[in-house]
Ligand binder design. Structure first.
Ligand SMILES: [Zn+2]
Length: 378
């Protein structure tokens, strides 16, 4: 892996990351395909057409349904879903803590109930690394606990200390798995995750500790889980300077276009979020002038594309009126076109961000973009 910062504008950085599955240009928005597919009948061929650089799959979901061992037998996740660009897998931790029923956290790991069939599953750092190794993703995430945003200090501190101990175990296990002959991707990269809820001092201490482990990349986790945007920006201001600047910084689960513009300005270069897909499935579409709700009656006779000048497969060919009609008639194509437009919008936003950093005009670009988007077409 080679990560090279090729331009900086303030704290915003523009980098080039070479992986075994190809180059990632950052800042990048990863497109979330929970179970190895983007919800909304979007294929990997579609992803290639809308400029997706990295696909993100959820370890927990693939582990409980179909199973990582089956996927390994079929040659790994890349081959299974026919996608040859980079894939990032999360650790499963977030879903274990948010989705799964009844759970018990111990030093060794977490016992929980599958949300599919209720069976008891145990997952700790070693299990998470094994599952992600079976999937053979490009980037694997460390197994951590994501405490609720409003958790008390007394809960967060020991939780973060355990997350550090878990990270050391993840690293050891990943090194072992990468050394085995039959491992799908022997160059799998491990990113560590910073936690500490909204307590800057706990987060800074943690950032310093995990930076010492010299991992290929670092994430800021546990944000966008209920705290305000201002708190999120404050935490980024405080913590990002303590993460190695010559490594990628990933802000997990974020966010709106405005969140991304602000976080890039604070040194973040990897993002993922379900907003574009989830909103697309509900006819909420992103444009340069704010979001629109295509179900509104005023679009019934609107023969313009969702957004003039947009290069996505929906806008190149179909009108607002037609897509609205499809949605009303509950034709799957309607949802699919909306998801494609929204993902294209995010991917294209990232391209504009990269271009703005390249030319040293990021501040002005951000100001204009935020102003235009807050006009709100809705
Ligand atoms: Zn479009």
């Amino acid at each position: 892996m080679k990560y090279e910062v090729i331009a900086k504008d303030g704290l915003a950085k523009r980098a080039h990351m070479e992986t075994v599955h190809g180059v990632i240009e950052t800042p990048v928005f990863m497109n979330v395909g929970t179970v190895g597919a983007i919800k909304g009948a979007v294929s990997t061929e579609d992803l290639e057409n809308i400029g997706t650089q990295v696909e993100l799959s959820n370890t927990y979901h693939l582990h409980v349904r179909t199973g990582d061992e089956t996927i390994k037998k079929l040659g790994g996740l890349h081959k299974f879903m026919s996608w040859n660009r980079p894939i990032l897998t999360d650790s499963g931790g977030f879903q274990v803590f948010s989705l799964a029923g009844l759970r018990k956290i111990k030093e060794k790991g977490v016992t929980f109930q599958s949300h599919i069939d209720g069976r008891r599953i145990f997952m700790g750092p070693e299990e998470s690394m094994q599952i992600q190794s079976n999937l053979g993703s490009t980037i694997a995430m460390a197994f951590d606990e994501c405490p609720p945003a409003l958790a008390e200090r007394e809960y967060v501190k020991p939780s973060v200390e355990r997350t550090t101990r878990w990270l050391i175990r993840c690293k050891k296990e990943m090194d072992r798995l990468n050394s085995l002959e039959d491992t799908v991707n022997r160059e799998q990269l491990l990113f560590g995750i910073n936690q500490g809820a909204v307590y800057a001092d706990i987060r800074i201490e943690h950032a310093k500790r995990i930076a010492e482990l010299d991992l290929p990349g670092y994430a800021v986790g546990g944000l966008a889980v209920g705290e305000s945007h201002e708190q999120m920006y404050y935490i980024l201001d405080e913590v990002v300077p303590y993460l190695p600047s010559e490594k990628p910084v990933y802000l997990m689960g974020v966010g709106t276009p405005a969140n991304i513009l602000e976080a890039v300005d604070r040194g973040v270069d990897f993002f993922d979020c379900v907003y574009p897909t989830r909103n697309g499935r509900h006819a909420h579409l992103y444009t340069g002038h704010g979001k629109i709700n295509l179900m509104n009656a005023k679009y019934e006779l609107d023969d313009r594309p969702i957004e003039e000048g947009c290069g996505c497969p929906a806008c190149k060919r179909y009108s607002r009126a037609y897509i609205r009609h499809l949605l009303k008639a509950k034709e799957m194509l309607g949802m699919r076109l909306c998801v494609l437009h929204n993902l294209y919008f995010y991917n294209h936003l990232m391209k504009e961000i990269r271009d703005a950093i390249d030319c040293g005009c990021y501040s002005l670009y951000k100001k204009n973009k935020l102003a235009a988007m807050s006009e709100g077409e809705e």
